[in-house]
Design a protein around this ligand. Structure first.
Ligand SMILES: [Cu+2]
Length: 302
């Protein structure tokens, strides 16, 4: 007894001692910034409220029954295997009917609406972004604008190896974030160059697998400017934890400026170093090359 108490005490102390390490964890969803994320949070809250009410009601009834109908040891219980009276049938069928209504009407209809929003296949997007996963970086392409670049982790190796203090955005910082205009409907198309990855930004409420050989889509209209961070969420190899997603959502004017500067940088880079990629390699990995040809290929693929 004393030993188990000591063990329990030690466990509690260890749990309390690790509170500092919990600081990075949030208990709720990140603040939603897209219609889909709002809908998802609403669904989550609705389900939580309903199941909590059900839990407390059922638990209270159970405790009440245990207490009120308790019998002394040796009492011979009635044995039956199916409802025999109308009253018993009522007690069997009414919870079934209640759960049926809750499942289909209270959860089913809003869930259906949320899924339909997520699977929106209308082609009224104001901007198309192609996201290609690669071991272990993301490539972003704006096919219509002819802009394409890669986005890699910039957290120093020393921080990962614990020989330096970890920064504020440890493992969630990149060299070239994806830049999007606020309030515009953006259609994302995901694919991969090698294995399955998954592009995920929690505040957008979207996550889509990037599957080699497939183009998969989703959309998002971000309502607030800011920097949003996410991660690859499909185990894709030894550096899966080192391919974060960072999205800078800016005003329309800032986006236009950024796009123009990106195009200019591409033109300068192309002038400075004419195509050096061997043709065979270029054909094998068309989406990773930021050349006019790859953009044409990407456009054809869309
Ligand atoms: Cu991954």
């Amino acid at each position: 007894m004393t030993r188990s108490l000591t063990k329990f005490g030690l466990t509690v102390l260890m749990a309390l001692g690790s509170i500092a390490a919990w600081a990075g964890y949030a208990y709720n969803f990140p603040t939603p910034v897209t219609p889909i994320a709002h809908e998802t949070l609403h669904m989550h809250n609705l389900v939580m409220v309903v199941i909590l009410i059900l839990f407390f009601v059922v638990f209270a009834l159970l405790m009440y029954s245990f207490y009120t109908h308790r019998k002394a040891v040796g009492f011979k219980a009635v044995r039956f295997s199916a409802p025999t009276s109308r009253k018993q049938w009522l007690w069997v069928l009414s919870p079934f009917a209640l759960l049926f209504v809750i499942d289909y009407a209270v959860f089913g209809i809003p869930a259906f609406h949320a899924v339909m929003m997520y699977e929106d296949t209308k082609t009224d997007a104001e901007l198309v972004v192609k996201v290609t996963g690669s071991q272990w970086l993301w490539q972003y392409e704006f096919p219509a604008e002819g802009v394409s670049y890669t986005s890699r982790l910039i957290t120093p190796r020393a921080q990962i190896d614990n020989s330096e203090a970890k920064g504020e955005h440890y493992l969630l910082e990149v060299d070239n974030p994806l830049v999007l205009p606020v309030g515009k409907k953006v259609r994302f198309i995901t694919t991969s160059n090698d294995v399955i990855h998954s592009w995920w930004v929690p505040a957008f409420g979207v996550k889509r697998d990037a599957v080699p050989g497939f183009l998969r889509e989703f959309w998002a209209t971000v309502e607030k400017t800011g920097t949003y961070r996410g991660q690859c969420s499909e185990l894709c190899g030894k550096e899966h934890g080192f391919m974060p997603v960072v999205v800078n959502v800016v005003t329309q004017e800032e986006f236009a400026k950024w796009l123009a500067s990106k195009k200019l940088a591409d033109v300068k880079a192309a002038d400075a170093s004419p195509a050096v990629t061997p043709p065979a390699m270029a054909a094998a990995t068309p989406v990773i090359q930021a050349t006019g040809k790859s953009v044409a290929l990407a456009k054809a693929a869309l």
